[in-house]
Write a protein that binds this ligand. Sequence first.
Ligand SMILES: Nc1nc2c([nH]c(=O)n2[C@H]2C[C@H](O)[C@@H](COP(=O)(O)OP(=O)(O)OP(=O)(O)O)O2)c(=O)[nH]1
Ligand SMILES: [Mg+2]
Length: 138
Amino acid sequence: MINQPNKTIKAVGVIIINKDKKVLIAKRKPDKPMPNKWEFPGGKLEANETLKECGIREIKEELDLDILIDKYIGFEDLEYANKKFRLHIYTAHKVDEEQKLHLNEHTDSAWVNINELVNYDFPAIDLPFVKKIESMAL
Ligand SMILES: Nc1nc2c([nH]c(=O)n2[C@H]2C[C@H](O)[C@@H](COP(=O)(O)OP(=O)(O)OP(=O)(O)O)O2)c(=O)[nH]1
Ligand SMILES: [Mg+2]
């Protein structure tokens, strides 16, 4: 296939919120882009799926969790390794609050209060999302 350096890659990150209003964050592996950063789990859109379907699929693949998507928060654009990304963020909750996660793609995870998110090392692009959910009544 011809290289398409200007094509924007769509990705989805999911902010899973539990009954205590804590949000799930996960730590990226050391051998991935943005090594060891904390993130809202998710990944890249595949052909023939919607952004919401992508979020649900990625959370199942990365964490073995079944979720329902709640709200669209927004998007931010980023660029690295000569590639352009547009990261869309949704909030969601687990179908079964008791379901336990498994780390298939991350080295660590944590359920944290929204006002504690600033203490974790996120990619710069996540800061507007953190600010936005801090100001929302979740
Ligand atoms: N999932 C997620 N990605 C983020 C966040 N912040 C941020 O800059 N990114 C970037 C990293 C990636 O360039 C892109 C999402 O890619 P990803 O690494 O999750 O993709 P993926 O799960 O499909 O991983 P892979 O197939 O490349 O291993 O967005 C975030 O909070 N969550
Ligand atoms: Mg991912």
